[in-house]
Design a protein around this ligand. Structure first.
Ligand code: SAM
Length: 223
C-alpha cells in the first residue's frame, strides 16, 4: 500500500513541477520531440532540470558558460537563454552527428549567435578554450568516466566565485551503494565519488548535491 501511495505521490509531484516550472517554448519542445523519436530523451536533462540550469546561470550572472556534452542542444538552449547580449556558451561534443543536429536546432533560435559548438573529444577540445577563460560557469554532462578530468580543467579555468555543476552525480545509485544500473565499472564509481568529494569540501566550495532524479552537484568556487 505504502509503495503505491509513494508512486502516486511521485507522479503528482512531477506533474506539479512540470506544470509550474517546466514550461517549454516550441524550440525546446521540438528538440525534446526529436530526442524522443531517436530514443534518447532520457539522455538529456528534463524540462524542470533545464529550467533549474537556466536559473543557476541567471542567478550567477554568468557571461561565459562551458558545457561538456551537447547532444541535441537541449540544455545548451536553456542555459544560453540566461546569458546577457554579449554572453557566450561553448558546448563540447565528440559526436559529429550531434553537432549537426544541434546546429540545426539552435540556428533557429534567438540565441544562436551566443552558441559556440566544438566538435571532438572534450578531453582535447577543452584545452583549446583556455586562453578565452577564466569562465563563469561550467556544466559537466558528458562521459561519466572523465568527470574528474573535466573537474581538474574547471578548477583551473573557472574564475573565483564562478560555478561548477555536474549532472548524473548519483551515478544511478552507485555513489551511495544502491545501484539500479550495472553498467559502471569500479573506476568510474570511484571517479564520481571523488568528483563529489572534491566539490563537497567547504574550504574550497560553497556547494550542495541537489537530489534531482539523477543528482546535480552545484558548487561555487571559493579559490
Ligand atoms: C548526457 S548527453 C548530454 C545531454 C545534454 N547536456 C542535454 O541535457 O541536453 C552526453 C553527451 O556527451 C557526449 N560525449 C560523450 N563522450 C564525450 C567526450 N569524450 N567528449 C565530448 N562529448 C562527449 C555524447 O556524445 C552525448 O551527446
Amino acid at each position: 500500500m505504502r509503495m503505491s501511495h509513494d508512486t502516486k505521490e511521485q507522479e503528482l509531484k512531477q506533474s506539479y513541477l512540470q506544470e509550474h516550472f517546466g514550461g517549454e517554448d516550441s524550440h525546446l519542445q521540438k528538440i525534446r520531440q526529436v530526442a524522443g523519436e531517436k530514443g534518447r530523451e532520457g539522455m538529456q536533462v528534463s524540462p524542470v532540470e533545464g529550467r533549474l540550469l537556466q536559473s543557476l546561470v541567471a542567478w550567477s550572472e554568468a557571461k561565459s558558460v562551458v558545457e561538456f556534452g551537447l547532444l541535441f542542444g537541449y540544455s545548451c538552449l536553456w542555459m544560453a537563454r540566461a546569458l546577457p547580449e554579449d554572453g557566450i556558451i561553448h558546448s563540447l561534443e565528440k559526436d559529429p552527428k550531434m553537432i549537426e543536429l544541434a546546429t540545426g536546432h539552435l540556428r533557429e533560435t534567438e540565441v544562436w549567435s551566443k552558441c559556440h559548438l566544438l566538435e571532438g573529444d572534450a578531453e582535447e577540445t577543452m584545452n583549446t578554450l583556455n586562453e578565452q577563460g577564466p569562465f563563469d560557469f561550467v556544466f559537466i554532462d558528458a562521459n561519466k568516466g572523465s568527470y574528474l578530468k573535466y573537474l581538474e580543467w574547471a578548477e583551473k579555468n573557472v574564475r573565483k566565485g564562478g560555478f561548477i555543476v555536474g549532472d548524473n552525480t548519483f551515478l544511478f545509485g552507485h555513489v551511495y551503494g544502491v545501484p539500479n544500473e550495472e553498467r559502471w565499472g569500479q573506476k568510474q564509481i570511484d571517479g564520481m565519488r571523488e568528483f563529489n568529494a572534491r566539490l563537497a569540501d567547504p574550504s574550497r566550495y560553497q556547494s550542495t548535491l541537489i537530489p534531482t532524479a539523477e543528482g546535480l552537484t552545484v558548487a561555487q568556487k571559493l579559490f
